[in-house]
Every structure is written in structure tokens, then in C-alpha cells.
Design a protein around this ligand. Sequence first.
Ligand code: SF4
Length: 456
Amino acid sequence: MLFLGENMKKNNKFFVVTYGCQMNKHDSEKIIGLLLSQGYKRAETMEGADIIIFNTCCVRGSAEDRLFGNINSLKLIKDKRQDLIIAVGGCVAQKEGSKLQRKMSHVDVVFGTHNIASLPTLIKEAQKGKIACEVLKSPRDEIKALPVERDNSVRAWVNISTGCNNFCSYCIVPYVRGRETSRSFEDIVAEVKMLASEGFLEVTLLGQNVNSYGRDLYGEIRFAELLRQLNEIDGIERIRFTSSHPRDFNGDIVLALAECEKVCEHVHLPLQAGSDNVLKTMRRGYTKEGYLDLVKKIYEAVPNCSITTDIIVGFPGETEEDFLDTLDVVKQARFDNAFTFAYSPREGTRAFEMENQISKKVKMDNFKRLLEVQNKNSLKNNLVLMEKELEVLVESPSKKKADVLTGRTRTNKVVNFPGPHSLINRLARVKIKEVRSWSLNGELKEVCERESICRL
Ligand code: SF4
């Protein structure tokens, strides 16, 4: 269906630049899907585009500075090409609103995180020379199902909620993504059924806090129920979800994890800190003991579960004793992987104003200490997999060798093995012959047909 006027057809090539998390990457799939459905075309390069769209992230201040640098660098090009449209969406647009156009007059369109649906209209306004900006504080009604141009033909992201009600003291997300808004049960199930009918094998349920899914809409958490329903959909073989919040990861979710054979044995469970003092100032809503108790319950219910985490090192006021608590949790929880960040103050959050900021040297030293412990965990966990046969969803040729394929196990571990490109996007059984901290190498044993998926 084409909605473009004749005079606009020649100026209809767009290029999207995406920053940030999976949520943003999925939003870009919607931006692309929406524009294609309206008759716009994708440009192969930024230089070949008539419309450049930045889908931005503001979680880290340094990334935001880099983004501003990148947008600023287009000013000279815009001076020469007045018909070029520069659009900025995502978290930075949500945070800055029309201020962005006052700071950078060459930005034509600003659209917030709840305004993707308005982008085609905003582009048209800008092409007529009008200032185009739309930033809503919360979704207009329910999260709208927009056309999606997926990046992959067997793995798909599915939004189940947006926003967050938690206001952790270091985090900007609730200010830019708004309050938690769950999408309806029926909508999610319908989307996953449609994906299954199109041949998708894996879905990843996305939300800032997936575990509290449904609370705003139904007055109670319905995440476990959602997992159970999605588990019944024929054709879908793997169900993943991110991000979890330890406080809302209730017993029923643990049970669903064990019961639902399609729900992968992987939980990303952000710890952030192991000390009760730091967890309190972070406003995380759980304790060290509570976190470890949850980890224990997950391992009891799903013994081969892989648990990964996020950790912030050097939060304001963190003492050596506090840090030792974090190391203790890392050892006890036996994480498979930990994404560790040195704390950096984020303007607009409560922690920005906190005293007792930690020196860069202490942060870096502790960062290294944490990494050493975690590397040992990862290698130890992987050594157990030697000579085991694992189900791998093949993703692509490896970056280093064209005749080696790379994919992921149900536990989200990267496996490399020699094999033909025809295996890409298929499930295979691979025997592990070599292990490292961050990846496994193996040999192909069998290609799994859809009817006899080799779940292990
Ligand atoms: S749970 Fe905390 S860290 Fe996660 S998005 Fe919400 S406020 Fe940010």
C-alpha cells in the first residue's frame, strides 16, 4: 500500500541507525516495517539515504555524548542537502523533546519512545518544512501492533510490556520509557502464533521487567501463565525472556520454567550488587539472602539452568566489605556470565546527586577482581559440557572463519563448529570438543528435523 505523494517518491529512501538494547533493536524493526508499509524504501548506506533516523539510547551518558557527536557531524551534509531529513527517536528524544531541535537546528524530526506510529506523518510535515516533534509521556492506549520488518527469519523479539515502575536509583529508564504498561495476553499469544505459522523457531519476550507482566493490566502478575500458554504453540521451539527482576521472579515463574519444555534453561537475573546496604541505596527491593534463595530455587527446579547477571561496580558508598559481598554472591550463584559495569553517574537519576562517589582507581581494581572470579566460574561451568551433545540454533558463519558456523545452545552459550551454510537458521546437535570461558567448540553430530527436535 503506497501512501507517498508523487513528489515525495524520489525522496523516500531511509536509513536507520540503532543504539542500545534489544528493546531498541526491536523498535527499529518496527520503524523499518512501518516505513516500508508506507511505501518508503531502505537505503543501503547512510550516504544514499534521504531520511536518516537515529533510534537512540540514553542509559549511559558517554553513549549519549557519542550520539550527539554523530548527529552533529551531519550538519555539514545537511547544509549542502537541504532536502535531507534527520530524525531522532528513542530514549534521548523522549528525554530531550523539542529541546533537541533547539540544541541541534539541523534535526528535522523528534519522536518519543511512544510515538513510532506517528513517524510517517512527522516525516511528511518535515518535508513540507515544518518543525516536527511528538513526545508522549505514556503510550496512547495499548501498545500498538505495528508492522515489523524482522532482522531474522527464525528468531523474533516480542514486546510483552514497556516501561518500568521500579525507579532504581541509578537508572534513567522509567523517566524515558514511562510507567510499566503490559500488552494484552491475547495480543501476545496471537503474535507468537503468527510467528510460528511463518516458520519462526525462537521468540524472546521483551520488557524492562518481564516478571511483573500483567500487574498493571489485570491486577496480578500473569507471567508464568503467559509462559505456559506460549509453550503450547506448535512450531515454536524456544522461548526466552529478558529482563527479569529478582523481586518479581515468584515461585510460580520458577515452576513454569521447570514445566515448560520450550522455555529455555537460561535466566538473566540482574544482581547489580551483593551487599544489602548497596541494594538498599540502589532501591532494588531484595536482599543478598533473597537473591541467593531465588538462585537456589531455580537450580533445584532446573538443574542445568544457566544464570547470567548484570553487576555495577563502585556504586556511591560501596565499601570493601560491600564489594566482598558481591564477590561472594558471584561465587555462590555460579553465574555463567556477568555483564559488569563500573558505575557512572547518570544525570536525572537519584544516584547522580549522591555523595561518597568511588574513585576511578577503586572501581577499576574491583572490576578486575570481579572479572577474575567470574572468568573462573564461566570456565568451570563450561568444562562440565565437554563431550556433551547440545542442541544449537545455528545463527551465522563465524566472524573468524567462513567454514565455521556459530549458534547458541538453549542455555544461551555460543557454540562454533565446522559445517555448511545450509545449516544456518536450523537446529543441530553438536558434540562439544573444546571449551573456553566465553564459547564452546564442537563437531556436528546431527541436523534436527522439525518433527524430531533434539532437545537435551
Ligand atoms: S528495574 Fe530498575 S534497572 Fe531495570 S529498568 Fe526498571 S528502574 Fe531500570
